[in-house]
Design a protein around this ligand. Structure first.
Ligand code: SF4
Ligand code: SF4
Length: 410
């Protein structure tokens, strides 16, 4: 065992106590193999970041020992960016990551947190909750801080409590280094939000499956146009691009040596102006695999970009609804319903059974594009080369959405 591995393993085994005796903080041990970093404003940011929404669990609680191992491995390999939020893991994520990072000097890591819009009643709540978050994370400033989950349900509160005004003050006080927002709404809302402030960054859901059908590209383009750097969330679509089914997996394996996770992460990280890619890792094995991808990071080639599009099409076409996303139906629908996007969402939902992701993506479509706007005119059926009974399928999707529509984000 190498010396530095011995030190880390000993520290983990002893809960860090032995190592830390005589000094307050964990020694910063660096591997020669570090993940690639990108210059962002006046700092360097690792291209891979640990998302703290799916932390390791044991007996219904966060497994702090495993989390510490993950954090140590990340920091040792230069992946020192950690992203948490008030609501993650039943509001326990901030406490756990704070506890883990407390073992390090503050300058050795970058911490991102988010303001829970859904909890805001008045303007004063913005600062009150911010202070609570600092305390939970055991820090006195956040490197990256954002208005969390702006969408059609939260945008009014975000404005009425004058969130940006209060956060601007906190930035001025040095308690926020970079101010941004995370987004799950429609392109229309995004066009308005990007003009609210001279944002330091925007956190968007970007992956190769959503790029075309769920308007991820449209959102990315809106932000690009304003020159706002992007932080990528859900690069693997909540795990949907890791557990590929037989056909898309075969296509990937025949044309690439990368694993599905590495391929998806590289695709997201290869977009221009991306600061970092968040991956919600749940154990050390995932951390190791993802870090390996970013130590030797190579942007996607043109051939790989084409392969990603091909795999996305296969995934879309082989779900329960055999839609190939040809979009012929869109040419005739008088209501502008986004039929292929809805079918892709439904197919993905049936594969992952991720109710929350289905709800979020459904609500990220414009209201006029949704299944409930269908008037049963049947014009689309005539244009569908797959002979799909589109209105009936839309009704089924609407029923599914109704079942998950009241779910609250954790
Ligand atoms: S049946 Fe519904 S989806 Fe099809 S064209 Fe008419 S309104 Fe659009
Ligand atoms: S015409 Fe049929 S196959 Fe083509 S996008 Fe519409 S529903 Fe899908």
């Amino acid at each position: 065992m190498k010396r530095r591995e011995f030190i880390i393993n000993s520290a983990v085994a002893l809960g860090g106590a032995a190592l830390l005796s005589g000094c307050n903080k964990k020694e910063l041990i660096k591997s020669q193999n570090e993940v690639v970093k990108r210059k962002y404003k006046n700092i360097e940011v690792p291209l891979l970041a640990l998302g703290c929404m799916r932390l390791p669990m044991k007996g219904g609680e966060i497994d702090q020992v495993e989390l510490n191992r993950m954090v140590d491995y990340c920091i040792e390999h230069g992946a020192n960016y950690f992203d948490t939020a008030y609501m993650y893991v039943d509001e326990k994520s901030e406490l756990a990551i704070g506890k883990s990072l407390k073992r390090y000097n503050r300058k050795d890591f970058l911490l991102a947190d988010k303001s829970p819009i859904y909890k805001m009643k008045t303007k004063d709540d913005v600062r009150k909750i911010f202070n609570e978050q600092l305390k939970k994370c055991q820090v006195d400033y956040f490197d990256f801080y954002m208005c969390h989950n702006i969408n059609k349900n939260t945008v009014d509160t975000y404005r009425s409590v004058e969130m940006v005004e209060e956060l601007k003050k906190l930035k001025k006080e040095g308690k926020i280094k970079y101010l941004g927002f995370s987004f799950h709404g429609t392109p229309q809302i995004l066009k308005e939000v990007v003009n609210d402030y001279n944002w330091d960054f925007a956190q968007l859901q970007i992956n190769y499956l959503d790029w075309d059908v769920v308007k991820a590209q449209e959102q990315y383009d809106i932000v690009q146009k304003k020159g706002i750097p992007v932080i990528v969330m859900e690069p693997l679509r909540g795990g949907g691009l890791v557990n590929l089914s037989e056909k898309p997996l075969k296509e990937l394996k025949s044309n690439s040596t990368y694993t599905p996770a590495a391929f998806g992460l590289r695709w997201a990280a290869s977009r221009e102006n991306v600061v970092t890619v968040l991956s919600g890792m749940s154990n050390l094995e995932q951390v190791k695999e993802n870090i390996e991808t970013f130590i030797d990071f190579k942007p996607m080639t043109k051939e790989e970009e084409e392969l990603a599009l091909k795999i996305a099409k296969i995934i879309q076409s082989q779900g329960e609804i055999n839609c190939t996303a040809c979009k012929y139906c869109l040419e005739v629908c008088p209501r502008g319903i986004n039929i292929p996007a809805l079918f892709a969402l439904y197919n993905q939902y049936k594969v992952t059974n991720n109710k929350m992701l289905f709800k979020i993506y459904y609500e990220s479509l414009g209201e006029e594009e949704r299944a409930d706007k269908c008037i049963n005119c049947n014009l689309c059926n005539k244009n569908c080369p797959q002979n799909l009974e589109i209105p009936k399928l839309l009704a089924k999707i609407e029923d599914e959405y109704k079942k998950v529509s009241t779910l609250e984000r954790k």
